[in-house]
Design a protein around this ligand. Sequence first.
Ligand SMILES: [Zn+2]
Length: 412
Amino acid sequence: MSKLHKALLTASVALLGLNGCGGADLPEAETASTRQGVEVATAIPLPIPACSLLPDTDGDAVCDAVETLLGTNPNNPDTDGDRLNDYAESFGFGGGLDLTALGANARRKDIFIEADYYPNQQPTQAMLNRVINAFANAPVTNPDGSTGITLHIVVDQQIAAADADQDLNPVWTDFDVIKGKYFAALRAPYFHYMLFANRYAGGNSSGISRGIPAHDFVVTLGFIAATELQLAGTVMHELGHNIGLRHGGNDDSNYKPNYLSIMNYEYQFYGFGIGGLNNVLDYSRVRVAAFNEASVNEASAFAPVAPTTEADLAKISGLRFNNAQVVGNASVNLDFNANGSIQAASYALDFNRSGAANNVFPASQHDWLALAYDGGGQIGFATPGITQDLGREELFLVAPEKMEPCLTVDAR
Ligand SMILES: [Zn+2]
């Protein structure tokens, strides 16, 4: 056995006996999955042994010579910036998981999610594809020259009826009981965990993220007959919180008229018109100039902020204000008050349900370029065989423990 293999085996055994989070204690229950042993036994890796004797500048256990062959960056353990290190994405060994077999690519951004579901709530592939396609179409560039993000949603298993708590309350306490039993802890450094459940905290919220950014989220639409679009919009919205987005993009201000994102409640259940299709899910791919509620002008409407152009705005339709969809696209006149005509004179209108039409909303952010891939600090730490940790990137100052109760739906 090579030195590298011994190191990997030792480290993986250590991982089994300890928590899986590089020092940040996970709930005790997360070490209890009976599937871990099997996964580790089949996952002792067989990379290129000689590589362990050669220079490895970035310390990611892929030596420089092999990085050159792979086209990865020998000076960066995470060439594509998705928090999954080059070793795990290239050789499939990530804490006992074969990420390569699941389609990971060290030169293109990947996000992995394990999905479990309550009885009668198994997600359909068509629903999941709405979200997967949104990420595939993301205006994000990759080292391999492609654009988009590969979203891997691994639909894993049904929660037994006896475990399917109909009201997760307190939500994360009850959630952890399920996660501890159904989520393989060895996936924790690489996967978000998504649960399709019934309800939480006795309310009618569509879902909740365990912080911003975070590792876990719940879609709680089991208490109504949710449509495919409502489910998909909620998955994308809660996942958005998991990867760092707030209801106002970079702030908590909801219903900002100039923030064209599924994170804005106005769009969670509707999406946008893009490329001739309706109800397309998307995070904001444009920046719209500051907008003043006290002086709304339907003729001048929105202005782009560079590098966004009028042509970019013209591609987005299906705009919604105060729960009404208006005709036209983001580049032209907009009937903000949905009265059927474009008014020449400016007027005041309350968009964000504050009770007064006096808010000025700052220029909106481009969501796709602001994503945080680290799962709130739980995704992307050093793995067995890896000597260099991936330090957490703070894209913006947020309180990671903040929990976001999300859009409430009418259960009646
Ligand atoms: Zn939300």
